[in-house]
Design a protein around this ligand. Sequence first.
Ligand SMILES: NC(=O)c1ccc[n+]([C@@H]2O[C@H](COP(=O)([O-])OP(=O)(O)OC[C@H]3O[C@@H](n4cnc5c(N)ncnc54)[C@H](OP(=O)(O)O)[C@@H]3O)[C@@H](O)[C@H]2O)c1
Length: 325
Amino acid sequence: MKTQSVQIQRHGGPEVMQVVEIEVPEPGPNQLRVKQHAAGVNFIDIYYRSGQYQAPLPHGLGMEGAGEVEAVGSGVTGFKPGDRVAYSSGPLGAYGGAYVLNADRVVKLPKSIGFEQAAAMMLKGLTVQYLFRQTYRLQGNETILFHAAAGGVGLIACQWARALGVKLIGTVSSPEKAALARGHGAWAVIDYTKEDVVGRVLELTGGAKVPVVYDGVGKDTWESSLDCLQPRALMVSFGSSSGPVTGVNLGILSQKGSLYVTRPTLVTHLTPRGRFEDSAKELFHMVESGKIKIDVTRRYRLDEAARAHEDLASRRTTGSGVMIP
Ligand SMILES: NC(=O)c1ccc[n+]([C@@H]2O[C@H](COP(=O)([O-])OP(=O)(O)OC[C@H]3O[C@@H](n4cnc5c(N)ncnc54)[C@H](OP(=O)(O)O)[C@@H]3O)[C@@H](O)[C@H]2O)c1
């Protein structure tokens, strides 16, 4: 069968994305073919488009979405045509009308969660799950620092922290974003384009600093993040919306207090299958119980992929965007 798909022939700006008709293969062993209802728009899609992350060209974009199973490959158990499903880490190509992926990357979607909502939350919500429940397991009495708190990952993090009883200090770049982060559960906010982040964290914590910083901004916040940490605390550098952190001299970790650092990624947290299922279950429970609401703030057609990327990179957006094939 054929479908419309957003593809790139070369790396570059948003203009390199083109909608083309592609042949979608039948699902192979242990694979599913899904009719896509919505795909998530994520910063990682920008990294693959620009060449910061590399895959053999030409290729599609997007790795998150939700839809209905259309065809089931040999050896697949637990899925049948018509099942409502969602996925966070498929192969590049989720910006399109149909998608073939390994069944072990797919979970069934509860009836109460819509396709758009699912596409907006799988990658971002499962990321918050592993950050808060696996990388540094929050207990409920901590004060933490979370950068870009009004973004797609950020607004989920604010709500998850509130549900756990954690005081989340969120950074943002405008008063509107500050109000939004607060409204979603941030305990305090810092405008990191105007305020001294380290000074404010010291003030807010009575000089104690924080046991963990979750930093998806990267280059611009790396050093000040380290200065917000208590001795022997953990720096979680999980993204690079301002550019990647490079050229680190490990000595900085001893100078700033025997710090630990990790650069985690979601895909490592989706195996074995039981770990993925447990994480998805916890995320779905948070959403179904009303503790986390998913903000789908932008919807794009496939031929608007360039605008979707420009918007996300522009720093103007809040919450999550989705592509509707
Ligand atoms: N490692 C993982 O497993 C994993 C998984 C998912 C996402 N991530 C990472 O998490 C981060 C957030 O992802 P998201 O999709 O939810 O994006 P997002 O937070 O909605 O958008 C990125 C935000 O980063 C902030 N930012 C700071 N400096 C920036 C700059 N120079 N250019 C652009 N934005 C800048 C902006 O917020 P302000 O305007 O408030 O500064 C912007 O809105 C990304 O770095 C992404 O790569 C990592």
